[in-house]
Design a protein around this ligand. Structure first.
Ligand code: ATP
Length: 227
C-alpha cells in the first residue's frame, strides 16, 4: 500500500543543513496498523509528511497503492492525497468558527457531489465516531477528546484508504486517548490502513507493528538486538 525506497530528506536554511531522513526503506501493507516511535526531532513528522504526499523526498522514491509518485506534478499529488489519505493531528486543527458538521464536510468541498450528499456523508462520519448528537456545536463547546473525534470524522469523511495520525492522543488524558485509540482500531478493523506517530508504548502495543526511528533512520529489530 505504501512503499518507501531509500528515501532521504535534507532541510536547508541559510545557515544549517539538517539531514532529517536517511535511506528509509518502509513497506506498509494494506490493512496494517503501524505505530511510529522515536525521540523528538528524529524525523517522524517528516516521514509522515512524505508518506502523505505533503512533502517530497530529496532522494528515493515513494509508491502509493502500487503507483510511483515520480513524475507526478503538484496538482496530481494534491488530488491523489485528497482521495487516498485522511490526516489527524495532535492539536486537532478544527476551524473554531465552523460548526462541527461544517468542519467535517470541509474535505468534500474539493470533490464533486452536491450539498445534500456532503451533509449525509458528514453525518455518517460523525455517527461513526459517536458524535451524531453534537453536529451543531462549535469546537470550543466540546471536550478535547470529542474535538479529536470530530477531527477523525473529518479525516474519514472522504473514505480514505489510509489514515495518517501524528500523535493523535498527545493532547488528551489517558481515558480520552484510549477512546481515540478504540476508534482508530475500529476503523482499522474495517479495512483502513493506519500509520500513527505516538510516544506511548502501551498504545503502540495495540497496533500490528512498531516502527522505530532514530536520528533519521529506521531502527530494525536486528539493530535493537545488537544495541
Ligand atoms: N521545515 C524545516 N526546516 C528545517 N528543518 C526542519 C524542518 N522541519 C523539520 N526540520 C528538522 O528535521 C528534523 C526532523 O524533524 P521532525 O519534525 O520530522 O521530527 P519529529 O520526530 O517529528 O519530532 P517531534 O517528535 O518533536 O515532533 C529535526 O532536526 C528538525 O529540526
Amino acid at each position: 500500500m505504501i512503499k518507501l525506497n531509500k528515501v532521504s530528506k535534507t532541510y536547508r536554511t541559510d545557515k544549517v543543513e539538517t539531514l532529517a531522513l536517511r535511506d528509509i526503506d518502509l513497506h506498509v501493507r494494506e490493512g496494517e496498523f503501524v505505530a511510529m516511535m522515536g525521540p523528538s526531532g528524529c524525523g517522524k513528522s517528516t516521514l509522515l509528511n512524505i508518506i502523505g504526499l505533503l512533502d517530497r523526498p530529496g532522494q528515493g522514491s515513494v509508491e502509493i497503492g502500487g503507483v510511483s509518485m515520480k513524475g507526478h506534478g503538484d496538482r496530481q499529488l494534491a488530488a491523489l492525497r485528497n482521495r487516498t489519505f485522511g490526516f489527524i493531528f495532535q492539536s486537532f486543527h478544527l476551524i473554531p468558527d465552523l460548526r462541527v458538521i461544517d468542519n467535517v464536510e470541509l474535505p468534500l468541498l474539493y470533490r464533486s457531489g452536491g450539498g445534500a450528499e456532503r451533509r449525509r456523508l458528514a453525518r455518517e462520519a460523525l455517527e461513526k465516531v459517536g458524535l451524531g448528537a453534537r453536529m451543531d456545536h462549535y469546537p470550543n463547546q466540546l471536550s478535547g477528546g470529542q474535538q479529536q473525534r470530530v477531527a477523525i470524522a473529518r479525516a474519514i469523511v472522504g473514505q480514505p484508504k489510509i489514515l495518517l495520525a501524528d500523535e493523535p492522543t498527545g493532547n488528551l488524558d489517558s481515558k480520552m486517548g484510549e477512546e481515540v485509540m478504540d476508534i482508530l482500531l475500529k476503523l482499522n478493523g474495517e479495512g483502513t490502513t493506519v500509520v500513527m506517530v505516538t510516544h506511548d508504548e502501551q498504545e503502540a502495543r495495540r497496533t500490528n507493528r512498531i516502527v522505530r526511528v532514530f536520528d533519521g533512520q529506521l531502527v530494525t529489530p536486528e539493530h535493537l538486538h545488537a544495541a
